[in-house]
Design a protein around this ligand. Structure first.
Ligand SMILES: Nc1nc2c(c(=O)[nH]1)N[C@H]1C(S)=C(S)[C@@H](COP(=O)(O)OP(=O)(O)OC[C@H]3O[C@@H](n4cnc5c(=O)[nH]c(N)nc54)[C@H](O)[C@@H]3O)O[C@H]1N2
Ligand SMILES: Nc1nc2c(c(=O)[nH]1)N[C@H]1C(S)=C(S)[C@@H](COP(=O)(O)OP(=O)(O)OC[C@H]3O[C@@H](n4cnc5c(=O)[nH]c(N)nc54)[C@H](O)[C@@H]3O)O[C@H]1N2
Ligand code: SF4
Ligand SMILES: [Mo]
Length: 681
């Protein structure tokens, strides 16, 4: 008999859908969107519609494995869980005795968004006092830091408030790919009420194709566009002087020292947009009553990314849209869910420990001293593909003296370097509590099926290792449900008001605040055009746009700039175990404008060599005017086994962004040529 189980999507995605898993005889046979969830609205994305294939994939690892060949060779033999866990505990104890706990690094990230399955792995390493991962620098620390210094650590607009918006601006986000439920809501407003949508993106994305106005901005020039728009708003008397006076800090300085330089003509020169389009956008924005900017992370994946996002975030402060329902801006919502996260993430352990930046894994494995990293535990992460400087990551992972454990449902590029591989349960096989990072919902997700083969959840493995390592905290003895209850002790705000009976029965709990306008939690309590925090870090305290000297020098050496965007049917590598989706996405490819392809004698469907001073990778070529000349688009990051050769992060440096020490994939300059030229050379 087929039963329906209400579950929550655990993939790294802002929507956090409520889903229905259909389970036949203990096996998940279909996954679909939950018709009874207001935001999920009955549909899942094209990826998760196939999650029955993910959970039942024949490629899943069935048992724990021990390495039997050279590192990276992928040669393993089966062992039992007890053998695996005992070996890990024995090795860790010896390393701690010789070099101290900081010789170990727990490298766990976001592929399971459940608060327990994500949080407790971190909790284990916190309690052990190992080196700590400065997590998320590959993803959102730049945008988050830029938001925090400007607005403060607080969530942005509720995406569901779009029913009150009279304009939506998708700025550096491909919503039709990464935020499909917000996109569907926004499109419905467009159809029902004629609400216009503007898309600002160097790629003519699916979202851009459906927009009323599309601005194909030059990569890394968003701050200039936002300042150009502010210039016009001030010029045309569209600045909201009352709002500026009451709720913002330092606009006078910006108006005096910065805006005069951002005339429409200069803004057009910097951004590659036409003066007419800039004027049109500024007029639409300035005359709107409730414009909602959906901010993407795309604009922050480069050296001056923090400044870019921060400047765009200031725009609704000039018009006062932050005061209006349906107006303002939305980057993330998670900061407004005030649970007692420490109960799971920091059960015990020293107040501070050595930090390792997530994106510098390669560098730190090779060069960290006093003590060097001797053991690595990777969970829900595939750094041999998704980290910049992949060559360094591979070299680090190849170290014979590094004891590496990888916990994953699949034999990833990273797992191939492991000494011990542990089979992970998927979210459909785990109980957990979820809160969205792009919407205001919280929900308990029930296990729909038993783990395949001998797979075990992150939560389970963290507890088993804690016990073997002698960690005594109570959290390591609780069930997922009991552990989730700990999160509510000392919780405040709408999350704290959840009725446990309803919540643990699987009912979605709405955690939107009843705010009258966007609150600001900066030191001044205002939206900070002037940021003392930035001044103290030696950064420009007021928004500005300046070219980065290293980027300028690299652009002289290399004719193309890398544009990185989400894969439509793959999200990083988490869906690469589904043959159908791999095929839908196609063999790993890059996109070049027809002019650039013609210049190089390249055509659609060719295998090409993409290269710079770091190395080369081999990809399929698509020739489309989806990007401007001078740009090479590589959507997603794909396993090396799927590509002609390599993976794009082999060409990206581990330099930091201006804020939040984040990754700068798009500060990569390179060239493309025929693949066979390389073979002949
Ligand atoms: N060039 C370039 N690189 C990028 C980006 C870019 O835009 N351009 N984007 C960056 C961003 S935003 C991110 S978030 C990172 C993502 O980088 P990663 O976090 O490395 O993401 P994935 O490749 O999806 O790897 C997740 C792994 O977790 C496994 N997994 C899934 N569920 C579970 C589970 O329940 N338990 C365990 N133990 N494992 C599980 C999956 O099988 C997969 O192998 O990549 C970054 N890298
Ligand atoms: N289908 C799918 N969904 C996903 C993911 C995925 O890989 N695939 N990844 C998940 C994860 S981990 C994350 S963090 C989120 C990220 O989702 P988003 O916040 O949407 O961020 P990105 O995917 O990095 O990039 C979004 C857009 O920014 C554009 N962009 C790049 N550079 C610039 C620029 O300089 N200026 C402007 N204005 N735009 C620019 C890109 O062309 C791209 O269309 O998505 C999540 N959802
Ligand atoms: S849209 Fe996002 S949250 Fe919803 S099913 Fe797809 S990946 Fe999961
Ligand atoms: Mo991400």
């Amino acid at each position: 008999m087929v039963k329906s189980v209400r579950v929550v999507c655990a993939h790294d995605c802002p929507d956090m859908c409520s889903l229905i898993a259909h389970v036949d005889n203990g096996k998940v046979v279909r996954v679909q969107g939950d018709p009874d969830h207001p935001y999920t609205a009955g549909f899942a994305c094209g990826k998760v519609n196939r999650d029955a294939d993910l959970v039942n994939s024949p490629e899943r690892i069935a048992t724990p494995l021990r390495r039997s060949g050279p590192k990276g060779s992928g040669q393993f033999t089966r062992i039992t869980w007890d053998e695996a866990l005992d070996e890990i505990a024995t090795r860790w104890k010896a390393i701690i005795a010789e070099s101290g706990p900081e010789a170990i690094l727990g490298y766990a990230y976001s592929a399971h968004q459940g608060l327990m399955n994500r949080g407790l792995v971190g909790g284990l390493f916190h309690a052990l006092g190992t080196s700590r991962l400065q997590a998320g620098t590959v993803c959102d620390t730049c945008c988050e830091t830029a938001w925090d210094v400007t607005v403060g650590p607080v969530g942005g607009a509720d995406p569901e408030s779009v029913v009150h918006s009279d304009l939506v601006v998708s700025w550096g986000a491909d919503l039709a790919a990464t935020n499909v439920h917000f996109w569907a809501l926004a499109e419905a407003q467009k159809k029902q009420r004629g609400m216009p949508i503007v898309v600002i993106d160097p790629r003519r994305t699916r979202s851009a194709k459906a927009a009323d106005l599309y601005l194909p901005i030059r990569i890394g020039t968003d701050a200039a566009l936002a300042l150009g728009v502010m210039h016009i708003l001030v010029r045309d008397g569209l600045a909201n002087r009352d709002y500026i006076a009451q709720h913002t800090l330092g606009f006078d300085k910006v108006e005096r020292d910065v805006l005069p330089r951002f005339t429409p003509e200069r803004t057009a020169e910097i951004t590659g947009l036409s003066v007419a389009d800039i004027e049109k956008f500024a007029a639409m924005y300035g005359n709107a009553k409730a414009a909602l900017i959906r901010l993407g992370e795309g604009m922050t994946r480069l050296v001056n990314g923090g400044q870019a996002l921060r400047t765009v975030v200031l725009l609704p402060g000039v018009t006062g849209h932050y005061a209006v329902k349906g107006g303002g801006s939305l980057l993330l919502t998670a900061a407004s869910c005030d649970l007692n996260y420490a109960a799971v993430r920091k059960p015990s352990g020293p107040a501070t420990a050595r930090m390792v930046n997530h994106l510098r894994l390669g560098e730190e494995l090779l060069n960290m001293k006093d003590p060097p990293l001797r053991a690595l535990y990777v969970s829900a992460n595939n750094p041999a593909v998704t980290c910049p400087e992949v060559h360094k990551v591979q070299k680090g992972l190849s170290r014979e003296d590094l004891f590496t454990v990888v916990h994953d449902p699949f034999m990833t590029d990273t797992a191939r370097y492991a000494d011990i591989v542990l089979p992970a349960a998927s979210y459909l096989e785990t109980d957990d509590l979820y809160r969205a990072y792009g919407a205001y919902w919280m929900q308990w997700g029930q296990k729909a099926a038993e783990p395949a083969g001998e797979a075990r959840s992150n939560f389970h493995v963290a507890q088993a290792l804690a016990q073997r390592m002698g960690v005594k905290d109570r959290i390591f003895t609780l069930t997922p449900r009991e552990a989730a209850e700990e999160l509510f002790k000392g919780a405040t705000g709408p999350a704290a008001k959840a009725d446990p009976a309803k919540l643990f029965a699987g009912e979605p709990h709405h955690i939107a605040h009843d705010w009258q306008g966007q609150p600001f939690k900066t030191p001044s309590g205002k939206l900070e055009f002037y940021s003392e925090q930035l001044a103290k870090q030696g950064l420009s305290p007021i928004p500005d746009w300046q070219p980065d000297p290293t980027e300028v020098a690299d652009a002289k050496k290399w004719p193309l700039r890398l544009l990185t965007a989400p894969g439509y049917f793959q999200a990083h590598t988490a869906f690469s175990g589904v043959g159908f989706l791999r095929k839908r996405e196609g063999q790993p490819f890059c996109i070049l404008h027809p002019e650039d392809a013609a210049k190089r004698g390249l055509k659609d469907g060719d295998q090409v060599r993409v290269f710079n001073e770091r190395g080369e990778v081999g990809l399929m070529l698509k020739v489309v005017d989806e990007v401007q000349p001078g740009v090479l688009l590589v959507p997603g990051q794909r396993p090396t086994s799927e590509a002609v050769s390599g993976t794009i992060n082999m060409l990206c440096s581990d330099r930091y962004t201006d804020m939040g020490e984040g990754a700068t994939y798009q500060s990569t300059f390179l060239d493309v040529g025929p693949w066979k030229a390389q073979a002949a050379a």
